[in-house]
Design a protein around this ligand. Structure first.
Ligand SMILES: [Zn+2]
Length: 86
């Protein structure tokens, strides 16, 4: 996926993630479920110009995390991550 103009770094998700996690999530280490690479969440690629927010691996583009707001609820999927180290 070559869409550098539409992505930002994972730090863009900090505000939304602070509603779910009490830790500073941009420095949390995330293991990619696709290639196994481990990076700080803030180093991965965030796509925020969509109905939901998507975080993709900066190495293989695998979806690591998806957040969708629906009214007063925030649904978070970490299905694409092997683990998150808090
Ligand atoms: Zn990966």
């Amino acid at each position: 996926m070559d869409d550098v103009a539409t992505r930002v770094d994972g730090n863009a998700l900090a505000g939304e993630l602070s509603e779910v996690f009490s830790h500073e999530m941009t420095v949390a280490r995330v293991a990619c479920g696709g290639c196994g690479a481990v990076e700080q969440l803030g180093a991965d690629h965030a796509y925020i110009q969509a109905p939901g927010m998507v975080l993709r691996c900066c190495h293989c583009d695998h979806v690591l995390l998806v957040m969708v707001r629906a009214g007063d609820r925030l649904r978070v999927s970490l299905a694409g991550s092997r683990w998150i180290d808090l």
